[in-house]
Design a protein around this ligand. Structure first.
Ligand code: UFG
Length: 367
């Protein structure tokens, strides 16, 4: 049986992964595990029976996320406060946990605007960290790595939806460039004969939060991304949401994105990691788009949020934001077919989860 290949029944895939991971007791290093996607992925890995070691330098996250993860799953992941730019400190993690057999590499700086102002910070943070991990993997018998890539590598695709074969466009920012360069570093390393397996997951726009509202997205300062800005406006922290442009070549004039539920995205990592652990990868480096396959405009999202929550949103149309892509959504057939994974949470539920999280932050006195 090839349970992760051509498997249509999600429940069967889930059951298979759980049985297998519980038997094998494999340990996964999750870098950036206290961040937004990293924390949700840790929960899903634990739910699937994997042991998790988190490494994070807490530059953009809080240590109490570890308590949140434990509260949800009943299992406290091991945590090491380490900066992955520090080779010796990173090596010490592999010495302490020789059982690590896979890595999911989320840790990175990710603010597009900041990357334009501080390119060297972005190149050092995002690229040196990956190089350190790739150098250490063979020495410590780590089988494979999943890299957090982004649909940003496609820029504005000439044809939509973007498939994995859509040409890579010149990056719009140093942040985007680090994603492209890191993909190439992994390709070159594998091509040179390094005995590791690698999967690149190109995410579209991750949103929402765990249904428990115990973990979620927690941006520092004024949010740059749509959903945190929207929920902060809805709760009264921000006065008004600005919609950046309604004169694009789209049905309602606002930009279109493929918004994917962070829990669905987290589950894609579990499927990909199991594929690596089972030696099922068929290409030296496998690449998957991870999205819903459906585009949603900014205005549709706002109205969807109002419908899902009953909260009226104060918004106004303003000018375009520099560097914005007009429309992008993904073809996700490959992930559906090969990984046996599908994003299946309705957008309304996803938007309701983002709102529940914002309310929980208020209740906890955080925001
Ligand atoms: N938007 C607004 N108002 C806001 C914020 C955003 O109208 O206050 C609009 C943007 O113009 C865009 C859409 O909402 O049309 C989504 O914007 P985000 O900033 O949430 O997301 P982006 O698609 O611009 O960027 C995201 C990540 C990047 C990543 C990129 C492509 O933030 O890190 O997706 O993968 F590179």
């Amino acid at each position: 049986m090839l349970p992760l290949k051509g498997q249509k029944d999600q429940k069967q895939v889930k059951k298979y992964i759980l049985n297998r991971a519980q038997k094998m007791k494999e340990t996964i290093l999750v870098t950036g595990g206290t961040g937004f996607i990293g924390s949700h992925t840790t929960v899903e890995l634990q739910n699937a029976g994997y042991d998790v070691v988190i490494v994070d330098n807490l530059s953009n996250s809080r240590e109490d996320v570890i308590d949140g993860i434990e509260k949800i799953t009943g299992i406290r992941p091991a945590f090491e406060k380490v900066d992955l730019r520090d080779f010796d400190a990173t090596e010490a993690v592999f010495k302490k946990y020789p059982q690590i057999s896979g890595i999911i590499h989320f840790a990175a700086s990710k603010a597009v605007g900041e990357s334009v102002e501080k390119p060297l910070l972005y190149y050092r943070n995002n690229i040196v960290s990956l190089i350190n991990l790739l150098e250490l993997m063979p020495k410590y018998n780590v089988k494979g790595i999943i890299f957090s890539s982004s649909c940003t590598v496609y820029g504005q695709p000439d044809q939509l939806p973007a498939t994995e074969e859509t040409p890579i466009k010149k990056a719009e920012s140093p942040y985007g460039n680090t994603k492209q360069i890191n993909e190439e570093i992994i390709q070159d390393t594998v091509a040179s004969g390094s005995p590791i397996k690698a999967i690149l997951l190109r995410y579209f726009n991750p949103i929402g939060s765990h249904p428990s509202a115990i973990i979620g997205e927690m941006p520092n300062g004024v949010p740059q991304n749509l959903i945190p800005y929207l929920t902060q406006t809805a709760i009264g922290i921000r006065e008004k949401l600005s919609v950046f442009g309604d004169d694009y070549n789209t049905p309602d004039g606002s930009c279109i994105r493929d918004y994917i539920y962070v829990v669905d995205l987290a589950k894609a990592h579990v499927c990909a990691m199991t594929r690596i652990m089972e030696d099922k990868t068929e290409e030296p480096v496998e690449v998957y788009n991870i999205g819903t396959g459906k585009g949603t405009s900014v205005l549709e999202l706002i109205h969807g949020f109002e419908k899902a929550t009953g909260v009226k949103l104060n918004y106004q149309i303003v000018g375009r934001r520099a560097g914005d892509i007009e429309k992008v959504w993904g073809n996700v057939d490959k992930a559906n077919r090969v990984l046996g994974w599908k994003a299946d949470t309705p957008l309304e539920d996803v938007l309701a989860s983002a709102w529940k999280w914002q309310l929980a932050l208020r209740e906890r006195g955080i925001m």
